[in-house]
Write a protein that binds this ligand. Structure first.
Ligand SMILES: Cc1cc2nc3c(=O)[nH]c(=O)nc-3n(C[C@H](O)[C@H](O)[C@H](O)COP(=O)(O)OP(=O)(O)OC[C@H]3O[C@@H](n4cnc5c(N)ncnc54)[C@H](O)[C@@H]3O)c2cc1C
Length: 383
């Protein structure tokens, strides 16, 4: 146990893997441990969109949407082989949101992120464009584009690139304990190995406070809100390569997205949970998703049409809003304990992982004075 790493990262989800890549590429020595597979938790249970988050505009989250739209452009550029733009149609639904509000939202969505290679939004007649998919009462559609990505692969490619730059990446190796002895963090792993580090980063997603309290033995002032999101997968519901954004009467939205060529991915729900352990979809969530699809599509689906399901737990920062309004932004909580830094990463989205990682390195710069290289991950392709 002689080597002292610059950074030790708990958690190999998209945020941990992204930080490891960025740091290792700057010449820092990095060790990351995950209790499971890299990208095997929340980062493979998402809706798999790199998106600005059109609906966050309704909550006035302009900063988050702007950053996400800029990141959408960059992630599409550096991970083009695992991502593709896909058109989303919002059918106009009477009494849910007025057309003018959707149009203002889409105008902002087209322009907030600056110059873009992704097509702009437009309005068209649904009865001419998709006469066979939607029920006749849906006559007007608003189209915008977002990026569909392989979320797990994105996470794995980040970890792979970190490894290429000499990071030590450990899977199926839980961090049992992290404590300061002398001038270093000593991290005790499940396989009895002990690792030394100057800086500790807690990127354990929905387990963040559990890791902090049980494994690092530090009290957290920041509260996290755990919100389960579930998806159902059916055989392809229509042949056209188009996704739909359905507005529900509770004002929530549901996506129906072409998935892996043969399937449709439908999600998601928002259910508050107490534990980060993933218990999967409930019957109530299944009913909600089916109902939402059946309100819009001519083809009606039933439980027996479901070929698979998955759920994930969103680790959101508590801001005392309702589940669908809680911010998807991220917050850093930097603590100095006995002169050594501990950085806790709260919240975040798949879409913003690269920027989040870059900001981590900026915030830790003063503890790593020998680092010469600046930001680099916006230009180098993932492979
Ligand atoms: C249903 C749903 C849909 C979503 N859709 C989108 C979307 O379309 N677009 C988007 O941008 N974002 C989306 N998100 C958000 C996005 O998926 C998450 O913000 C992101 O994946 C969180 O990554 P993370 O690295 O923080 O957490 P995780 O991926 O959960 O990673 C944390 C890791 O820490 C590990 N860990 C925990 N405790 C320990 C320990 N003691 N020792 C070692 N390892 C430990 C876990 O095994 C895990 O792998 C969605 C989220 C959900 C739940």
């Amino acid at each position: 146990m002689s080597k002292v790493f610059d950074l030790f990262i708990i958690g190999g989800g998209i945020n941990g893997a992204g930080i490891a890549r960025d740091a290792a590429g700057r010449g820092l020595s990095v060790c990351l441990a995950d209790k499971g597979e890299i990208g095997g938790a929340t980062s493979s249970w998402s809706t798999k969109l790199v998106h600005g988050g059109l609906r966050y505009l309704e909550n006035y989250e302009f900063k988050l949407v702007r950053e996400s739209l800029k990141e959408r452009e960059i992630v599409y550029k550096i991970a083009r082989h695992i991502s593709k733009p896909i058109p989303f149609i919002i059918p106009y639904a009477d009494k849910i949101r007025p057309a003018w509000l959707i149009k203002i939202g889409l105008f902002l969505y087209d322009n907030l992120g600056g110059k873009s290679n992704i097509p702009k939004s437009k309005t068209f007649d649904l009865t001419k464009k998709f006469p066979n998919i939607l029920k006749e009462k849906y006559k007007t559609g608003f189209q915008y584009f977002d990026i569909q990505i392989d979320d797990k692969k994105l996470t794995k490619l980040n970890a792979k690139d970190a490894k290429r730059n000499n990071a030590k990446i450990l899977e199926y190796n839980k961090v049992n304990k992290a404590e300061i002895i002398g001038n270093e963090w000593i991290i005790s792993l499940e396989n009895d190995e002990k690792v030394k580090s100057k800086i500790l980063i807690n990127a354990s997603g929905p387990w963040i406070n559990e890791t902090l309290i049980k494994n690092i033995k530090i009290k957290s002032k920041k509260k996290i809100r755990l919100v389960k999101g579930s998806h159902i997968i059916t055989k392809k519901l229509y042949k056209e390569n188009v996704a739909f954004t359905f507005q529900n009467t509770d004002k929530r939205i549901i996506f129906v997205i072409p998935y892996k060529g043969k399937f449709s991915l439908i999600g998601t729900t928002e259910v508050e949970v107490k534990s980060p352990e993933n218990k999967g979809i409930s019957k109530k969530e299944i009913r909600y998703l089916i109902q939402s699809v059946n309100n819009y599509l001519k083809k009606q689906i039933r439980t027996k049409d479901i070929v698979d399901t998955y759920s994930g737990i969103r680790p959101l920062i508590e801001d005392f809003n309702t589940a669908s309004k809680v911010t998807r932004d991220y917050v850093f909580d930097l603590k100095i304990i006995k002169k050594l830094p501990l950085l806790n990463i709260y919240g975040g989205k798949l879409t913003t992982y690269r920027k989040l990682s870059e900001k981590v390195l900026i915030d830790l710069r003063k503890f790593l004075p020998k680092t010469k290289k600046g930001p680099w991950t916006d230009k180098k392709k993932l492979f």
